[in-house]
Design a protein around this ligand. Structure first.
Ligand code: 5GP
Length: 239
């Protein structure tokens, strides 16, 4: 299946064409990168966990009215998605201050934000995904004003749905990154992945980190953390 040449290879995924021009095959890789790929490693089983977690969350979002690119899981490391033109704006939603927000503004680590903070970054490895404001994206043609307003609204809805879900699993959804695109009919929808690579998850009781920060900060047992997220989702959904 993945013997052909990928159309695109990113840090965590490879994308292949399928017989259907409107659909792509995504392969989740075991590679783990941080700090714009300055730190790299391979973790056997990571791709499988992220494929399963992402598939489960995309399906849950679709069931709750959030249209997205995910169509079906094929096997342990592959899923079929709609072919999309990705909007080069990454959206970060934060419920608790940590990571680059604390580094940038020296606000208190772990501060519970009074309302969800929505930030935009320009998707550019070369520039290190710099933080931008709404008007940068519109002025430079990365997204229209209307698209960005819709994206922000969808992001807040996703935050509400996923925060509630994870709360039931004993997990705080601290922050996460989303990407959007346009399908072949020009419909705006959620794309990319939602996994411990792209979200911060803290255990509600112990505040243990159950995400890629374990890799970024050399906390150990990275795979165990990803497996914990999947195990709690499996239990909740009876998968
Ligand atoms: P921060 O800006 O604090 O580094 O990240 C905020 C949230 O967005 C975290 O959940 C982080 O995992 C996610 N995030 C931000 N940028 C990226 C990125 O380029 N790749 C991935 N996988 N996640 C990102």
């Amino acid at each position: 299946m993945s013997q052909q040449t990928p159309l695109y290879e990113g840090k965590a995924k490879r994308i292949f064409a399928t017989d259907n021009p409107d659909q792509l095959l995504v392969e989740y890789k075991n590679s783990l990168t941080a700090f714009n790929a300055l730190k790299k490693d391979t973790l056997e089983g990571k791709g499988e966990l992220n494929n399963k977690i992402s598939s489960c969350l995309f399906k849950y979002l679709a069931d709750n009215g959030v249209e997205n690119h995910w169509l079906r899981q094929v096997d342990d490391i592959h899923q079929i998605v709609r072919s999309m033109t990705i909007i080069p704006v990454e959206v970060i939603v934060r419920n608790i201050a940590t990571g680059s927000l604390v580094k940038r503004l020296a606000v208190q680590e772990g501060l519970e934000l009074a309302f969800p903070l929505v930030e935009y970054c320009y998707k550019s490895d070369e520039l290190g995904d710099p933080l931008i404001i709404h008007d940068h994206a519109v002025l430079f043609g990365w997204a229209t004003d209307e698209q960005l307003k819709k994206i922000k609204q969808i992001c807040l809805e996703i935050n509400r749905i996923l925060s509630e879900l994870f709360s039931k699993l004993g997990i705080i959804l601290v922050d996460f990154k989303l990407e959007f695109g346009l399908d072949s009919q020009g419909r705006l929808m959620l794309a990319d992945e939602i996994s411990p690579d792209t979200c911060r998850f803290w255990d509600k009781e112990t505040r243990a980190k159950l995400d890629k920060d374990r890799f970024r900060q050399d906390l150990g047992d990275v795979l165990g953390a990803y497996r914990e997220i999947w195990t709690r989702l499996q239990k909740h959904f009876n998968i």
